[in-house]
Design a protein around this ligand. Structure first.
Ligand code: DON
Length: 338
């Protein structure tokens, strides 16, 4: 009996030792070193171009570049542009998907939106026609507009309040809409309006289409900086609890499903290429933001407006690829990072 108890204690001690030693493997110096390195290596890359289908995004200075890591304990390591407020755009999508999971569970998300990657661009209308789920997954525009329409709300005001409040909980501070970005996008949102109407036509939109379009466009126009994005990602890395405020935003058991959708569709039709490069669940936005999550450990965020043809930030994806490779944190083992 005594031997058994001793065995048990020894096993527990070993587990505790290996978990702490794993968690302690990356030092503060290492985190800061890779962040500095990534900033230095990619700040002068001049490939890609700002998004201009939302006219105002073309006016954001293309040289801005920020890199940040926030750990699950809330430690911050950063370099470059950290204060500039840019529009969150599609980086908002996993967070509203999280709100739906929190309110209605992952099964509803799968049944009413879908979880399949499209292999098609983020604004594809063909995807709505060819896939029976129509909205397909919450990372593309169709699924994200459907997600907004699924939020439990009796009015547009209430719908917006919940969407904004949830993203503020992830960031750990009050946020504001960049009204000039909202106007610029809403005035030119013919493609997204078509998507909202198509979804409604197929019974895959759960509120009045123009209301869903307005709330979705406002969600994309929320202003955030590089550190906010890293804190939002760190909340996912910290199993749904914001490291700064201590508030639980998503139940721990829903984190794996959310990260799975980010891994398979976070880079749209470039998601395979991205997982090959970095091996991490991530989400990009046409404002130039990217977040990547190392589950249970930390998040990496970048901001740099010039995008590649798939709509993903060129400097950002290289910087995160480099950091993931240097720290050896790809989900399937250390990736090459390129
Ligand atoms: O709906 C749109 O087109 C934009 N508000 C968001 C698209 C986006 O960020 C795509 N991401 N890389």
């Amino acid at each position: 009996m005594l031997v058994r108890v001793l065995h048990g204690i020894l096993a527990l001690a070993l587990v505790a030792f290996s978990t702490t030693s794993l968690a302690a493997k990356i030092s503060a110096e290492d985190y800061q070193r890779v962040v500095n390195e990534a900033y230095r290596m990619f700040k002068d890359v001049d490939e890609g171009a700002n998004a201009d289908y939302i006219p105002i995004l073309a006016t954001v200075p293309s040289n801005l570049f920020g890199v940040a890591i926030v750990t699950r304990d809330g430690e911050v390591y950063a370099a470059g542009e950290l204060d500039y407020e840019f529009s969150i755009q599609s980086v908002s999508k996993p967070f509203t998907a999280s709100l739906i999971m929190q309110q209605q569970g992952p099964r509803t998300l799968r049944e009413k939106i879908g979880v399949e990657p499209t292999g098609l661009p983020f604004n594809s209308k063909i995807a709505v026609e060819i896939y029976e789920e129509r909205s397909v997954n919450p990372m593309v525009n169709a699924g994200a507009i459907a997600a907004v329409s699924l939020v439990e709300a009796d009015s547009e005001k209430e719908r917006w309040k919940q969407v904004l409040g949830n993203i503020e909980d992830y960031a750990g501070r009050d946020l504001k809409v960049l009204e000039d970005v909202y106007d610029s996008e809403y005035e030119t949102a013919w493609g997204n309006r078509a998507i909202a109407n198509l979804l409604f036509n197929y019974g895959r939109l759960y509120s009045e289409p123009e209301q869903a379009l307005r709330v979705y466009t406002r969600q994309c126009s929320i202003g955030i900086n590089t550190l906010d994005l890293a804190m939002m990602g760190a909340t996912l890395a910290n199993e749904g609890i914001n490291p700064k405020t201590g508030k639980r935003v998503l139940a721990k058991e829903h984190i794996p499903e959310l990260l799975a959708i980010m891994a398979t569709a976070g880079f749209y039709d470039e998601s395979g290429e991205w997982m090959y490069r970095a091996g991490l669940p991530a989400k990009t936005g046409v404002g130039g933001g990217i977040i990547a999550v190392v589950p249970g450990k930390f998040a990496i965020a970048t901001f740099s407006p010039p995008l590649n043809p798939a709509g993903n930030s060129v400097r950002g994806l290289r910087a995160i690829g480099h950091i993931a490779a240097e720290l050896g944190v790809g989900l399937y083992g250390p990736n090459a990072g390129e």
